[in-house]
Design a protein around this ligand. Sequence first.
Ligand code: NAX
Length: 332
Amino acid sequence: EKEPVTVLVTGAAGQIGYALLPMIARGVMLGPDQPVIIHMLDIEPAAEALNGVKMELIDAAFPLLKDVVATTDVVEACQGVNIAVMVGGFPRKEGMERKDVMSKNVSIYKAQASALEQHAAPDCKVLVVANPANTNALILKEFAPSIPEKNITCLTRLDHNRALGQISEKLNVHVSDVWNVIIWGNHSSTQYPDINHATVKTTNGEKSVRDAIANDNWLNTEFITTVQQRGATIIKARKLSSALSAASAACDHIRDWVLGTPKGTWVSMGVYSDGSYGIQPGIMYSFPVTCEKGQWSIVNGLKIDELSREKMDATAKELMDEKTLAYSCLID
Ligand code: NAX
């Protein structure tokens, strides 16, 4: 039997936590033959609820789940962690200024960065889910300088999967017959869902998504806004934000990162920009990536048309502005 992998979930008493934890314990994230130890972190007001989740994990008698730690102590939570899924954060409440929310999250991510740096396993891989996801990940990176920057990522896989979903619905094909969409930029409404390199399987081969749909107007307008606004649409319908799809996307992100992306396909991940596609270094930006042997690399050399360029730059600018705001919170 394989050695267990220790997975940390922060914000574990929340909605995404409740959907994500059983997926991890069932092997959806790391594979059906990979035992796991789960560390769950939340804050004091949620301690009792967190303990309830721990009881349920025990009651589910998962064969792969070797141990569960439920704690409000960030040092205990980070101890020996191989994979950290950062779902905990301060939510934006009605009437709150953007800066106040940013400030709360900056202090959370600064503190958790130090704890991870000091107590996690040296090769720990980090996925930030909590919003503002890209900027929380950037703060985490800045305050955990000894964690390799390639090990710190944020979640845009939900947006990627939403884009696949919209295309498959439109073409009336199964979602697994569509691949290589791209989410560029921020996990926010400025993200750019790009189908210019996407492919769909047809009865007699493959076709570009643009040719298959043959409706540039829909692709260039409604498709993009539908994906950008999908989170808000779910909130309107459910009176709660996306949780099962977010949890599933987090599993997809880690699984592909650790076990590799299938040949000929890529996925979207928020990673530290290396200047690819003219996106300035210094921000966490979502790019198309392939993964092999636990390492992601940006897919380079894709042709970028004028509309795409504009949208890629607009979302980069928003991330620069978020960065400035985050840094102003550090000074105050
Ligand atoms: P919930 O409010 O249900 O859960 C958040 C949990 O985090 C709570 O239990 C809270 O007590 C805990 N928490 C707060 N501060 C903490 C701290 N300092 N340390 C540890 N835990 C802490 O939110 P939920 O619906 O689960 O969403 C979690 C986060 O994911 C939010 O920030 C949300 O905006 C973000 N999302 C990101 C997505 C993405 O694709 N990147 C999509 C889904 C989701 O909206």
